[in-house]
Design a protein around this ligand. Sequence first.
Ligand code: ARG
Length: 464
Amino acid sequence: MVLPPENPHNTWSGRFAEPVSERVKRYTASVAFDRRLANVDIDGSLAHARMLCSKGILSAADLRHIEDGMATIRAEIDAGTFAWSLDAEDVHLNIERRLTAIVGDAGKRLHTARSRNDQVATDIRLFLRGAIDDIVIHIRDLQRAIVEQAGRHAATLMPGFTHLQVAQPVTFGHHLMAYYEMLARDAGRFADCRRRMNRLPLGAAALAGTSFPIDREQVARALAFDDVCDNSLDAVSDRDFAIEFAAAAAIVMMHLSRLSEELILWMNPRFSFIRLPDRFCTGSSIMPQKKNPDVPELARGKTGRVVGHLVGLLILMKGQPLAYNKDNQEDKEPLFDTVDTLTDTLIIFADMVAGMEANPDAMLLALDEGFATATDLADYLVKKGVAFRDAHEVVARAVRAAEVRNIRLEDLSISELQAFSPLIEPDIFAVLRADGSAASRSHRGGTAAAQVLAQVTRARDALK
Ligand code: ARG
């Protein structure tokens, strides 16, 4: 079979008797998506070339040509004039081919002591490292928006739920700060992941290392890696750092999905706890009364997609023998989509949370319906010497009496209450009120306004 004239030879040329079909070419090529690695790929190539030159493996003139050629290529890519070609398969070969077209033989020497296997492993680490740094900034922006709302609503009372049934009074600020804590751990997970990821694969070459007298530490320093990978087979083949990244991202999305579910509930007219700005909602094409919480709903939906990427990456890796296998080319699209989905979600949520308006009257109304201070009554009796289980029983009877008459616990008269336990005295009414209940939980981590404000202060410090 004769090779098509526009493709006189593949990069591995002489060994092959026939070209791949157009369909196979499309199937095996990654340039349509991995071109997104172009900038980090060039960073890696330049660090590699400079090291080769300082070790006498590449001449100073060759290095100069490579540096100039790469500057041209970067400019072409930025300007959108770079001619990406499916024939060159991936981002690495596209850039190398163009470099050789611009600077000649120096371009052909760049790949000395290197393989696309250690090259791509380096590129993904550089890409994800940058993504982590951006994502952590977005997480902190969202935390800031949460902290501001929490400061505003440190004393705003709402029902706290367990089993989605009214449980005890909490402050809205306290509820919001729970998400601050989740996001703080999320940022920490990315920092942990970055630390393990930040090692240089280059030097591993195809899998076994290289016979050239390279200086891997020099390349690591140039690319701001903390160290080099200690095993060449591991360096080119494992993608556990990508899986960790996807896991950290999936956990953030899971947290934001829980928040989304709450925003959706709170927006329901039966709750009416909050209003979201119209720019995060849409109407219905048929039902004129509707205002739908599209953004939280989509975030909840997109969480499934990011979790899917995590599972996909785990399955991608699980059957691979050492060392590099082409399967790994499939790591990129899920990673890119994870970065994009998480980034958009975080940015939009920071804006949405900042614009959220609470409706304290509706929250208070909901609180009145759920006997939320029943535990406070039980605790009151315990403090007077009643065993907790007995107190629980006394309060259960009081709740039933109030429920039958459709009134709140605090609406029972003192003599009615005393019929359940003679230990109850008029000071009980302060205990039965939601504000007293919340204010009494004033230890670190408790729901009292004073504690929320203290937590807000700590958070503002941490976010500086
Ligand atoms: N495009 C490949 C990838 O993304 C680059 C490495 C290919 N190496 C190879 N020997 N075919 O993984």
